[in-house]
Ligand binder design. Structure first.
Ligand code: SAM
Length: 315
């Protein structure tokens, strides 16, 4: 029997996003402060068994439905198949991964075998030069191969694209056509004011209206009904293509947010805008219930941004 941990909006925690590592093998210009060399954290990160312990005790309290493994780059966590298997054994079978795909191919079979159900692959451009200018990595081929191999493996696959004004907004239509040719949904993300962009994201900001307008210039579009607790508003084109927009700024979806976050140091966050996590490593029973209630109280009415970059808190 789970506790009812619920706020006055009726929000509960049903999805846990776990940032398995704050380290990434890309340095996307909206996530990593320019000029910073990424280093392994000084603080001790959780081991597989510590992650499983944390997930189990949270699950026991709130009855999780979904786990999304993210980061940093989750494929850099070297016991990922064992972790996924362990989560399935805890009784949570809806396990999803958000990845840049660079390191996916050698691990794909073992992840599927372990119980992975769904994968979101981040791809901000098809043009190799634009891809490199955003990610600081030249190897777009491995990412494109990861998309095709994921589809062939039977995983549910989605593409995530962060749209930056003047940088990759001209990639919106080619990316939509690329996803449609593979019959997979693509979601365009509005840039969120996080990390070093907390105070100056507007230079790059390209909003939902502009994204939809760009697509509407080549095919007519109709908005679909948003499902509860979903981050995405979906649209359908007259050519039968489906795309989503994650519009944190233009159409905030905080009011029915069911997400809880766990970082790689054992801190939980009830909101992506929360500037401080709550260390739950040593907590259980009533102390954990209190921490979860405190995390729930962090939820906002709308997205206010954070000085913490997405790579720490888990995108
Ligand atoms: N490394 C993995 C990846 O690239 O998918 C997982 C972590 S990454 C932080 C998760 C997602 O967050 C990616 O799709 C990334 O593009 C997105 N992201 C990071 N910072 C963002 C920001 N400031 N605004 C919007 N999306 C952001």
């Amino acid at each position: 029997m789970h506790n009812i941990i619920e706020d006055s909006f009726g929000r509960q925690f049903k999805t846990l996003r776990v940032s398995l590592t704050s380290v990434c093998n890309m340095s996307c210009i909206y996530c990593v402060t320019p000029g910073i060399i990424q280093q392994a954290p000084k603080e001790k990160v959780l081991t597989t068994s510590e992650y499983l312990e944390a997930i189990q005790k949270i699950h026991k309290q709130v009855g999780l439905k979904t786990i999304r493994l993210t980061g940093g780059e989750p494929l850099l966590f070297n016991e990922l198949p064992a972790l996924i298997k362990g989560i399935v054994e805890l009784g949570i079978t809806d396990i999803k991964l958000t990845t840049n795909g660079l390191r996916l191919l050698p691990q794909l079979d073992s992840l599927v075998e372990a119980g992975l159900k769904s994968i979101n692959i981040s791809l901000d451009a098809l043009d190799p030069g634009v891809f490199r200018s955003i990610s600081k990595v030249a190897d777009i081929r491995s990412v494109l191969d990861a998309v095709d191999a994921s589809i062939a493996s039977g995983l549910e696959v989605k593409i995530n694209t962060v749209v930056l004004k003047g940088v990759n907004d001209h990639q919106i239509v080619p990316l939509l056509e690329y996803a449609s040719a593979r019959n997979i949904p693509i979601r365009f993300l509005e840039l969120m004011k996080m990390g070093y962009l907390h105070y100056n994201e507007s230079d790059y900001f390209f909003g939902m209206d502009e994204i939809v307008e760009r697509i509407a210039s080549v095919t007519s579009v109709a908005k679909m009904q948003r499902t509860a607790s979903n981050t995405t508003t979906y649209w359908q084109t007259s050519k039968g293509m489906v795309f989503g927009v994650i519009a944190n700024e233009s159409e905030p979806f905080c009011s029915d947010c069911n997400r809880l976050r766990l970082d790689s140091f054992g801190n939980i966050y009830g909101c992506i805008s929360a500037s401080e996590g709550i260390d739950v490593k040593a907590l259980k029973d009533e102390a954990l219930t209190e921490a979860l209630q405190k995390a729930l109280a962090q939820k906002q009415d709308y997205f206010t941004g954070s000085e913490i970059s997405m790579k720490y808190i888990g995108g």
